[in-house]
Write a protein that binds this ligand. Structure first.
Ligand SMILES: Cc1ncc(COP(=O)(O)O)c(C=O)c1O
Length: 455
């Protein structure tokens, strides 16, 4: 008898962001194929994939045009790098397209392969920029608690989910974390959203002053904090934050790895929330995740200093073998064409409210539901122990995870971020599938309530 792939997996694969001992006990869910918003296990079971994998498979799981774009490029030019002035047309065309759509004027695009590499790239650029300007003291980068920017050494340091730092000797020097914007839990009794946002912004400014503004170089922020629990910025917060970063001559960086390409109901989360970044990182939906690719856009102010600094060094000595890989670039280009042809942003504006209003209408009154929040086609339902006092569950209970697993039993893939259950279906999800997401989540929530009642 051949061994099952589950057994082979357990004996061979070290999984990212997975508890190894529970994995040894429970094994993997092996997915064999995809179709639209659905994926199928090896046993043929169908799952409605309402997490888009990891917020990324925007066009679902079998868009043939993307497969064909990859195949065409593999046959024409499967590889060429961009080092030492080499180039190829997929990278050029993709860079042009990205610059045309950027939410604030951008000058150049640097390609990498993942959100983490893009984050590492902006950290290096911030440091290089200030060294080139002769400001060797100005190096600290502010990220936010519960922000997620990746898991390589610099990106993992920017990430403010502190469990990710434990035992890895992170964060590295020159990364500091500001408060997370979470109105539901963070506001004082009676504090309006605007007042809360203004308070956080003034706390940020105090932090900069305490550190010494001459030492603080940049701030990075996700327009909506994804992995931190789908946390929306309080009204007025980003306007104030950007005023402060400008005042202290800091660069402002938008991490659009999740928000980019329609997720929030505009092409960029920066447009939804009024951000004017100096640099922007993006990945995931850039290629609908069909091929690994990420991009960093830099504005002219940054680019011009990079040119001068590189002149002194002799080159801009940063990059990856697969920066702008032609196959990934060709897939991303095709993906962006599809977004335009199918007016994906319009689609999100139409379907987003069906999901979010549906969650609110059906579940906001549920005794376990503290808050339903979201924008566009990203949403979260936060489960709490006490609705009135907003008291959280003991994390060891694993309530969010229980609910997520129950949803899976009902053929629905969701993601538990602590006790917030995140929804980010492919942008091609249909109205009928959106209803199905609500129905199946309702089953999972009911089962979670029964389980808690029985304890
Ligand atoms: C906002 C954000 N930035 C960066 C990353 C890191 O991307 P990657 O996993 O491709 O390195 C992620 C991943 O989820 C993310 O959500």
């Amino acid at each position: 008898m051949p061994e099952s792939s589950a057994v082979r997996d357990v004996s061979s694969v070290l999984h990212p962001f997975t508890n190894p001992s529970s994995h040894e006990r429970g094994g993997p869910l092996v997915i064999a194929k995809g179709d639209g918003a659905w994926v199928y296990g090896e046993d043929g079971r169908a799952y409605l994939e309402a997490a888009s994998g990891l917020w990324c498979a925007s066009l679902g799981f079998n868009e043939t045009r993307l497969a064909e774009a990859a195949y065409r490029q593999l046959q024409t030019l499967p590889f060429m790098h961009l080092f030492t002035s080499r180039s190829h047309s997929p990278a050029i065309e993709l860079a042009e397209r990205l610059l045309r759509t950027a939410p604030s004027p951008m000058s150049k695009v640097f390609f990498a392969n993942s959100g983490s590499e893009a984050s590492d790239t902006v950290v290096k650029i911030v440091w290089f920029y200030n060294n080139a300007l002769g400001r060797s003291e100005k190096k600290k980068i502010i990220a936010r608690k519960d922000g997620f920017h990746g898991s390589t050494v610099a990106a993992g340091s920017l990430t403010g989910i502190f469990r990710n730092h434990l035992k890895f000797d992170l964060p590295i020097a020159n990364v500091i974390h500001a408060s997370r914007p979470h109105y539901y839990h963070g506001a004082r009794p009676g504090e309006s959203e605007e007042a809360y946002g203004a308070r956080l912004a003034s706390e940020l400014e105090q932090q900069i002053v305490d550190e010494g503004p001459e030492t603080v170089a940049a701030m990075i922020a996700e327009p909506v904090m994804g992995a931190g629990g789908v946390l929306l910025p309080p009204r007025g917060y980003f306007a104030k934050v950007q005023e402060i970063t400008r005042k202290h001559d800091m660069l402002f960086i938008a991490d659009e790895v999740i928000c980019g390409f329609g997720r929030t109901g505009n092409m960029w989360g920066s447009q939804t929330f009024g951000l004017r970044p100096d640099m922007l990182t993006t990945a995931k939906q850039l290629s609908s995740a069909y091929a690994p690719i990420s991009a960093v856009m830099v504005n002219e102010k940054v680019y011009e200093v990079l040119v001068r600094g590189s002149e002194e060094v002799g080159t801009f000595a940063h990059g990856f073998t697969y920066s702008g890989h032609p196959v990934s670039a060709a897939v991303a280009l095709e993906c962006l064409k599809i977004y335009e042809e199918r007016d994906i942003v319009e689609r999100v504006r139409r379907l987003g409210p069906r999901l979010l209003d549906g969650l609110r209408e059906r579940f906001a009154i549920h005794p376990l539901v503290g808050e339903v929040r979201g924008v566009g086609l990203m949403a979260a339902v936060e489960l709490v122990a006490d609705k009135r006092s907003r008291k959280r569950f003991d994390a060891r209970l694993g309530v969010g995870e229980y609910c997520m697993n129950k949803a899976l039993e009902h053929g629905l893939v969701l993601r538990a971020l602590g006790d917030s259950i995140a929804f980010s279906p492919p942008l091609i999800v249909t109205e009928a599938e959106t209803e199905m997401i609500l129905d199946r989540f309702g089953e999972a929530l009911g089962a979670t309530a029964d389980w808690l009642a029985g304890r």
